[in-house]
Write a protein that binds this ligand. Structure first.
Ligand SMILES: NC(=O)c1ccc[n+]([C@@H]2O[C@H](COP(=O)([O-])OP(=O)(O)OC[C@H]3O[C@@H](n4cnc5c(N)ncnc54)[C@H](O)[C@@H]3O)[C@@H](O)[C@H]2O)c1
Length: 256
């Protein structure tokens, strides 16, 4: 370790949800690079196993767990198993989430929204984090140390026409983050979030609605998440970091 390092991890264990996905996998890669041991959770542990095989082959201590975040039983079982296997969890990255069923349908005006789908999205994106935090907090409080990092979205900061459910869910999560931060600030636990803008899958493509002019990479999201998970970020809590290429800065009517 050098004094100039801004991310160090003192023998830490992290649990990552949505670990088989684009951003979750990038977070696992970064954490593994820092020598963090990882409980990688997603709906199907076999998929996580497969996608993290190269990390294991490279020497990382990363184990896969099945976790359905809408099921309190599933969340508590996976977190209990991970604590048993690793002896502790220092960091949780609540990253599992869905944009929504409109990956197929596309944008949808609010009055056309199906209440069942509205509820389902909030169950995954909000209740899922509620269950995970309730499962992990007693453990972190007992140890007097914790880093909680939630993946939110700029949709929760500035809204997103056609996605009222998603914007509502992520806005709720940002305020949940701040409130949990306040409740636990004197107990050694920080609670922060990272709000991605548009994230590319694979090749980075242009994004005209963004000042920087392109989509971000999953790794660019992971770098911010990992910073908030590191030992050095202990004086930051209740923070929401947009990683969005400047998308929320305002109207894009200037070509300077
Ligand atoms: N991709 C973007 O442009 C973008 C923008 C803003 C915010 N985000 C947020 O980033 C996070 C990660 O998104 P991503 O782009 O990597 O998406 P992704 O679809 O690649 O990954 C999400 C992962 O969550 C898992 N998941 C979904 N529902 C689940 C459930 N019920 N229980 C357990 N796991 C579940 C999926 O299996 C998947 O592996 C999400 O919270 C998303 O809302 C993404």
């Amino acid at each position: 370790m050098k004094d100039r390092d801004i991310c160090t991890f003192d023998n830490r264990v992290a649990l990552v949800t949505g670990a088989a996905g684009n951003i979750g996998l990038a977070v696992c890669r970064r954490l593994a690079d820092y020598g963090v041991r990882i409980a990688a959770c997603d709906m199907d542990s076999a998929v996580v196993e497969e996608r993290t095989a190269d990390l294991r082959a490279g020497g990382a201590d990363i184990r896969a767990y099945s976790m359905e975040v809408t099921s309190r039983e599933s969340v508590f079982a996976a977190i209990d198993a991970a604590i048993k296997d690793f002896g502790k969890i220092d960091i949780i990255v609540n990253n599992a989430g869905v944009w929504n069923h409109r990956d197929v349908v596309g944008r949808q005006r609010f009055e056309e929204m199906d209440p069942v789908e509205w509820k389902r999205l909030l169950e995954i994106d909000v209740d899922g984090v509620f269950h995970c935090c309730q499962a992990i907090l007693p453990h972190m409080l007992g140890r007097g140390y914790g880093r909680i990092v939630n993946t939110t979205s700029i949709a929760g900061e500035v809204g997103l026409p056609g996605y009222a459910d998603y914007a509502a869910a992520k806005a709720g999560l940002i305020m949940f983050t701040k409130t949990l931060a306040m409740e636990n600030a004197k107990k050694g636990i920080t609670v922060n979030c990272v709000s991605p803008g548009m994230v590319a899958r694979g090749e980075i493509v242009a994004e005209p609605g963004t000042w920087i002019g392109r989509k971000g990479s999953a790794d660019e999201m992971a770098r911010a998440i990992v910073f908030l998970a590191a030992d050095e970020s202990g004086f930051m809590t209740g923070v929401d970091i947009p990683v969005d290429g400047g998308r929320i800065l305002g109207p894009h009517n200037c070509d300077m």
